[in-house]
Design a protein around this ligand. Sequence first.
Ligand code: ZN
Length: 318
Amino acid sequence: MSKHKHRDRSWAPAPAPLPADAQVIDNHTHVASVVPFSRAMSHEAVEKGQDPVPVYSVDELLDQAAAVGVSGVIDSGCELPHLMTAVDMAREHDNVHAALAIHPNESVRHGHRAVPGPDGLPVRYQPWHDTSFEDALAEVERLARAYPRQVVAIGETGMDLFRTGEGAKEIQREAFRAHIALAKELGLPMQIHDRDAHREVIETLLADGAPERTVFHSYSGDAEMAEICREQGWYLSFSGTVSYKGNDGIRESLRIVGLDHAMVETDAPYLTPMPYRGRTNAPYLIPYTLQAMADALDLPLEEVARGTRATTREVYGV
Ligand SMILES: [Zn+2]
């Protein structure tokens, strides 16, 4: 089989740098996870007879981002062992801040609560899942209080009903409610993970009262949902999915809420923007997503960059 039939695992080329007066923040990413992810891509490439893929350190990934005008990131630590990783990154880098939570798919594993697992399959428990959900969330709260300069949000929390059974759904809902209460108590913004759970997430937010600054990370809803978000004053953060063919509803949603309620993110290492979908994502690829947003809004790239930057400052204070 010819080489080009294999999936390309190499890094996407760097986009043109954003102007100095239009720098942005990647408001939701997992930079620490990009390192092992790209190592796995490299191994896979070698196995397929391709060239190895360079494995960059966190510092190198941040430098590459800065070189194209992505001047900082908000890194989400959303599994118990990753909480401190995100806080440490933020302590070591002035341009890194942390968002902390127990991810919905993690919330069902803590204390071995979900039987069967969230995807109908046996749960893949890890040693840290021996910790109860309550104790795991207490660690989120402890770190948020101990490092107020570094921890700028609670997230990602929410609900993930992709292949999730009823039992897991209710456990997720309770975990989400506990995060909503915590974000409000701490006066922090909240980043929502909503996968196949639009109705449940909105119901829960309206029933409990959403935090003042509520962000749908990697927004995946349609125009109807965007209207609700606009009425409620909620924020939408757009990942590479805004550039994917067929996602007209996401682009329409951006037009509905407008730039003063829109932000940009990678959710790296996943959701790489077009035309590099399928490669490893990293914060330096943000300008491609901004371009897709600019096309959807029919505005210059610089204006979209400045708009999302201002929204990030308003929401997170960074
Ligand atoms: Zn994420």
